[in-house]
Design a protein around this ligand. Structure first.
Ligand SMILES: [Zn+2]
Length: 68
């Protein structure tokens, strides 16, 4: 288990907190990161979010559903 995880429900609520520095990430949907080949990075397909304050990357749980 990695400690730097963010609840996907929090992301959908647009209220993601960075577990690394404890700050709220403003507009987390603008900072999404996807490692897989996705057409568009959304709250459902993103793997992680980058914190604007500390630059750390936190991963979403649960992970995105496998499709195909
Ligand atoms: Zn941070």
């Amino acid at each position: 288990m990695t400690p730097n995880t963010v609840s996907r429900d929090r992301l959908r609520a647009n209220a993601a907190d960075c577990p690394l520095c404890g700050r709220q990430i403003p507009e987390p949907t603008e900072r999404l990161v996807a490692f897989g080949p996705v057409e568009s990075v959304t709250a459902d397909t993103a793997d992680a979010v980058e914190c604007t304050a500390c630059g750390g990357v936190s991963f979403f749980r649960p992970p995105p559903e496998e499709t195909g």
